[in-house]
Design a binder for this molecule. Sequence first.
Ligand SMILES: [Zn+2]
Length: 115
Amino acid sequence: MRVDFIRIKEEPSEFELLLKESRFKLTLTNHRDNLVLLRGALTGRLDVECFRCGSDFEIDLDENFEFLLSCGVYVGGDQGLDVVEQFDQQIDLDGIFSSEIELIRSDYHSCLECS
Ligand SMILES: [Zn+2]
């Protein structure tokens, strides 16, 4: 799902994405300086690989995060939150969702037998 930056107003807009058994709920709110504030939560379940034995297993997801989205290259100062650049005047929610999932996947997880 892609959302035009221009659609995001001061009133939070809610979105929900599903990927297999993972659910990504988020709100987008207009922020100062050409930025949009993303507040999101990842819930559901995710397949990961045990870093010891390599077997696949599922974990419960419960992640909250908050960061800013910049329409194009970000040149402003420190906002106290991470700034993620988005291009083509659009917010790529699918891309953000899958990169958050990949971040969690790339953590060290160990299965029941190995922990
Ligand atoms: Zn294992």
